[in-house]
Structures are given as structure tokens and as C-alpha cells.
Design a protein around this ligand. Structure first.
Ligand code: ZN
Ligand code: ZN
Length: 393
């Protein structure tokens, strides 16, 4: 680690000198929240900044207009490191997940790394991945081969409380069911087919199988459409379920069981059923060796981090799919000491305030220093690669 100490000092000094520009990216995206696949302002701003730093920018990859990849090579041999930017917001709460900070950390760390690449060799790229909160743009980018030539991937996400390294994530997808029956006057229900009864039967069947769920398997449903008026037998009903499990294999197994619940309920009342399965978000394998190095680096600059303790909850993200493809970390930078819930207006406020700025600069330094280690330290790379070989198998 000490061999890279002067390079890391150079990176952190660069980030401090350019803090205003990095924070301006965070603030401008925060002030212009855009929903997934509509992030034209954010992706435009990030591409403009990366181009100004000498990156070669390609936009609109994998059929996603707001995606991009920006490359910078030393022209010398060495690993290629992907730094991931997200920049989508949430309906009603703006940047309640703080993706403005993720974007600024990615661009700021990449800009800093251009200063040391002539010495370290290798190359870096920033991958702009849209719509993490909805369709999971990384899944499309992976399928289109955008990560194929990358050796390592990293990103940093804001959080409340102390920062965290090495948090996992559950596999996840959404199932949407539609039931088609036959409308009738409610005084003569026997002449119709009640689609809502099929939908409620689905919830009841799921309740019946819930005790047999494996640990990690979680399920929550909402009713999107349950009919129009109480004096009409509903001909149409619609519900959505968020399904989670420890692994993709277990997720697929649970999906089958949930679909059978809906089939059985529809069959029992004579309704038709249609199901749509959304993108499959994979479980997350955080590379422990990279996590450890990230944590050590942050301790060097006085930022404490911890590995998750038992019972700390895990969410789901398309970074899981990336972590199955190449060694990946998704670390967490603190924007507030308070235990604020994310996906709320309160957390959006923190991500646009002073705490958010501090978290943003810390995260930028963390990514830059970890990338520096991977570029310079062959032994670290060997350990990381060895660990990755065991993943998902
Ligand atoms: Zn989120
Ligand atoms: Zn998020």
C-alpha cells in the first residue's frame, strides 16, 4: 500500500482542489431530478464534463438513450477499471436515493485518475447506467457487452449513519398479474366472472405458502386495479408483486410458485390470467478483498467504515448483475449521522446539503484510491481475481 502512497496523496489533493467542480455536478443533478430513462440533463452534463477531461465518450448504448461510456487510456498495458455512474431520481421525492452523489463521485474520481494514469498504465472508463430504480439499465448494458473488456467495477452510494463496505444484495424482480373475467350487474353475479376474486385468491394462496419460504425469500404485493364500482362485478383486476430471494436460482423458483398461486386462483373462478415478469436483478457479490482495501484507504484519510453486522438489511440493485460478471464493489458513503430512511424527501435533502457534499468528496477519494491500488498493485489484483473465481459457482 505504501508504494502507492504518493499517488494517493496526489489523487486526494487533486480532488480537494477540484471539489467545487465535483460538487457542482452533484448540486445541478440534485436540482434537476429526472426519472429512469429520462435522464437527459444528467447524462448530458456528465458526458460534457468527461469529454472536457479528455475522455472519449459514446452515448446511447444498448438502446438506452441516456446511457454512456467514457474511456481514457494511458496507452500502456494494464487493467481496465469501470467506474459506474447512476443518476436517476424517484417519483415524488426527487433524489431520495442520492444518485446525484453517485454520478459526481464517478466523474470526479475518473477525472483525478487521468492525472496518474501515465505513471500507472492501464485505463479507466465511466459507465453511465440509467434507470437503476426501475428497469435496471446495467442489465441491458451487460447484455450488449458494454462491460466485456472491463476487469474491475466499482461505485459508491450515499447512506445514512456510518459508511458501509461489502454490503450484499438480494436477487429481485417484479411480477405483474392481470385477471380477465366478465362484467355483470352486482345483483346477478352468477352471470359474470369476478376478476377481483381471482386476484384476492392469489393473495390468499400466497399467504398459504408463505410459511414455506426459504430465508431471504420475501414478497410484497399491491393492487393496481380492483374494479370500478361496487355495483359492477369487476371484469378486470391487476396486481404487482416484488419478489426477492438470496440468489437468482431461488428467485426463479419462487416466481414459479407465485405464478402457480395466481393460476390456481384464476382457474378456480374461471378467469383468464396473464403474467409479466420484469428484469431479473441478481444477488450482489461484493469483492471482499476490494472492500478491505477500500476501507483501509478511507481510514488513511480519517473516514471510518464498517462491514455490515448481522441483521443489517439488504436491498436489491442491478449492480448484482455486474458483480456476477467481474469483480465489483458498491460501497456506501455517509451523508448524515442521523438514521434517516432512504427513498424519502428527508434523505433527498441530506444528499443536496453539506453532509451530502462531504459524503460526495469522501466517496470520490475512495473510488480514486481503490482504482489506483488496482492499477498499481499486481498482488492485490491476483487476490481479487482469485476470490472472484469462486463467486456464483
Ligand atoms: Zn434507490
Ligand atoms: Zn440508489
Amino acid at each position: 500500500m505504501s508504494a502507492n502512497k504518493s499517488l494517493k496523496t496526489e489523487l486526494c489533493d487533486y480532488i480537494d482542489r477540484h471539489a467545487d467542480e465535483i460538487l457542482e455536478i452533484s448540486h445541478r443533478i440534485h436540482a434537476n431530478p429526472e426519472l429512469g430513462l429520462q435522464e437527459y440533463f444528467a447524462s448530458g452534463l456528465l458526458c460534457e464534463r468527461l469529454a472536457a477531461c479528455g475522455f472519449e465518450v459514446r452515448r446511447g448504448l444498448a438502446g438506452l438513450e441516456t446511457s454512456f461510456r467514457a474511456d481514457y487510456s494511458s496507452g500502456k498495458n494494464g487493467p481496465r477499471i469501470a467506474i459506474i455512474a447512476e443518476y436517476d431520481a424517484l417519483p415524488g421525492v426527487g433524489h431520495g436515493c442520492g444518485h446525484n452523489i453517485i454520478a459526481a463521485c464517478a466523474v470526479g474520481s475518473a477525472a483525478a485518475l487521468t492525472q496518474i494514469l501515465p505513471e500507472t498504465g492501464g485505463s479507466i472508463c465511466v459507465i453511465g447506467s440509467p434507470a437503476e430504480e426501475t428497469v435496471g439499465g446495467k442489465i441491458n448494458l451487460l447484455e450488449a457487452g458494454v462491460f466485456d473488456d472491463c476487469d474491475y467495477a466499482m461505485m459508491v452510494h450515499p447512506c445514512a449513519g456510518e459508511g458501509v463496505v461489502g454490503r450484499g444484495g438480494l436477487a429481485c424482480c417484479e411480477l405483474v398479474f392481470e385477471f380477465f373475467g366478465k362484467a355483470a350487474h352486482s345483483a346477478s353475479e352468477h352471470t359474470g366472472v369476478n376478476a377481483l376474486t381471482a386476484l384476492i385468491g392469489t393473495f390468499n394462496n400466497i399467504a398459504a405458502i408463505r410459511p414455506s419460504f426459504k430465508p431471504g425469500q420475501r414478497l410484497n404485493g399491491v393492487i393496481h386495479n380492483g374494479g370500478e364500482a361496487s355495483n359492477i362485478i369487476p371484469a378486470y383486476a391487476k396486481a404487482g408483486f416484488c419478489v426477492r430471494a438470496d440468489t437468482l436460482a431461488e428467485l426463479k423458483e419462487l416466481n414459479e410458485r407465485v405464478i402457480n398461486c395466481a393460476k390456481a386462483a384464476a382457474f378456480s373462478v374461471g378467469a383468464e390470467m396473464k403474467v409479466e415478469c420484469g428484469p431479473l436483478f441478481a444477488e450482489r457479490y461484493s469483492n471482499h478483498r476490494m472492500d478491505e482495501r477500500y476501507k483501509e484507504n478511507m481510514e488513511l484519510i480519517g473516514v471510518p467504515l464498517h462491514f455490515p453486522g448481522p441483521g443489517e438489511t439488504e436491498g436489491s440493485s442491478d449492480i448484482g448483475n455486474v458483480s456476477l460478471k467481474l469483480p465489483t464493489v458498491h460501497e456506501y458513503t455517509s451523508v448524515t449521522k442521523e438514521k434517516t430512511n432512504i427513498h424519502t424527501t428527508e434523505f433527498a435533502g441530506e444528499c443536496g446539503g453539506e453532509g451530502g457534499d462531504e459524503g460526495c468528496i469522501n466517496g470520490t477519494k475512495g473510488l480514486a484510491m481503490l482504482a489506483c491500488d488496482l492499477l498499481c498493485d499486481e498482488r492485490l489484483r491476483a487476490e481479487v481475481n482469485k476470490e472472484f473465481e469462486r463467486i456464483g459457482k
